[in-house]
Design a binder for this molecule. Structure first.
Ligand SMILES: *Cc1c(COP(=O)(O)O)cnc(C)c1O
Length: 373
């Protein structure tokens, strides 16, 4: 029997180690150096962000967003319950009350049609998550946001190189966040990005990014003193991380093609098996693209999922489930308003992710498919 196929695995795509070495030779390992600037330029030119800033994680980028929207303690933020903890945590930490929204029936994304019913005169922002890199229905969401003057933040942690009706995910809302955590399509170990689409947030984002100081303006010569002027933190990553990330960005097309190939292989070869076992496979809405971030199954029951995980494990293959609905988490259950979020709980109980990483070669995928059939 072969060695266990992991669920995820970090990888080198090309020049990562060379660029890290080069960063040392350039004499700056603290943030905002040569490689950080290359990454910023990539995201500003290729993505069309008005401003892009690397962060130490997507969690940190979400924290920056929470600071930028200037929350008061009575303010409400609408967030899907079926998401990673950071999406909600960043806003709770700034004092907001989170109003959890349910997923849609079609996929784990927020049910855009339910959002309007959750809006009150305290609603300040909506944070949406493009789960598995599959777009939320942004036209509906942006229309509501304009109607009620609410800020939209896209948690695009899983959404690099994916689109909604031809628009890049992360460029549609006012602000967006990406993750370069080891488990995402491109990575720097830990890392993230805040993308700014509304220019009114640029100046303050630079300040918050640099510990609440006017460092950026000072170095541009726009102010004579380098001072503390606002809240913030040390949100910028080291050049070591940026160098690793830059090497991966250079190979983005290659990486994406590989992941999508694996995804398509799963999709085609599991179709009949899924049908026979009353399991449904991921579907892509016509307005969305697939970026090969994740391949998941929706099982028929929680016990079927448990058996499948065990069966795969006994065949040396790691499959994992997530997320546990945040509205019933130990931290938030007492603060939640008691609404039942049926679809969120449905995905909590039924969703199963199969291994998908850059170095998962076709032979291995064929082996995994064989286990099922
Ligand atoms: C991974 C992830 C995050 C957190 O990213 P980090 O870079 O680990 O902080 C946040 N939101 C979603 C939807 C994610 O998938």
């Amino acid at each position: 029997m072969e060695k266990m196929i992991p669920f995820n695995k970090p990888y080198l795509s090309g020049n990562e180690l060379e660029y890290i070495k080069n960063a040392v030779e350039l004499g700056q390992l603290s943030g905002n150096g040569f490689y950080t600037k290359k990454c910023h330029a990539f995201f500003e030119k290729k993505y069309g962000f008005k401003k892009a800033l690397l962060t130490t994680s997507c969690t940190a980028a979400l924290e920056m967003c929470a600071m930028l929207v200037n929350l008061k303690s009575s303010d409400e933020v609408i967030i899907p319950s079926f998401t990673f903890v950071s999406t909600a945590l960043a806003f709770v930490r700034q004092g907001a009350r989170v109003v959890f929204a349910d997923s849609s029936i079609e996929n784990p994304n927020i049910n855009a049609l339910e959002i309007e019913s959750l809006i009150t005169n305290k609603t300040k922002a909506i944070v949406i998550v493009h789960y598995a890199g599959i777009a939320c229905d942004m036209d509906i969401i942006m229309e509501i946001a304009i109607k009620y003057n609410i800020i939209v933040i896209e948690d695009a942690a899983q959404s690099i190189d994916s689109y909604y009706k031809g628009k890049r995910l992360g460029t549609i809302g006012h602000l967006s966040t990406f993750s370069f955590h080891e488990t995402k399509n491109i990575s720097s170990g830990e890392g993230g990005l805040i993308g700014i689409n509304d220019i009114k947030y640029i100046n303050r984002a630079e300040i918050i990014w640099e510990k609440g100081t006017n460092r950026a303006d000072f170095f541009r010569g726009n102010t004579s003193k380098y001072e503390w002027i606002d809240i913030g933190s040390s949100f910028l990553p080291s050049e070591l991380n940026a160098a690793y990330l830059w090497a991966q960005l250079e190979n983005l097309t290659l990486i994406q093609n590989k992941r999508i190939m694996i995804w398509n292989y799963y999709r085609t070869h599991l179709e009949i098996w899924a049908l026979k076992n009353n399991i449904s496979l991921m579907k892509i809405p016509e307005y969305a693209t697939n970026n090969g971030h994740m391949f998941y199954l929706i099982c028929d029951s929680i016990s079927q999922r448990r058996e499948l995980i065990e069966f795969l494990k006994s065949n040396e293959t790691m499959a994992v489930s997530h997320y546990l609905s945040l509205h019933s988490s130990p931290f938030y259950t007492k603060k939640h308003d008691g609404r039942i979020l049926r679809n969120s709980d449905f995905y909590t109980n039924r969703l199963l992710r199969l291994p998908l990483f850059y170095e998962l070669n076709v032979e291995k995928v064929v082996d995994i498919i064989k286990i099922f059939n």
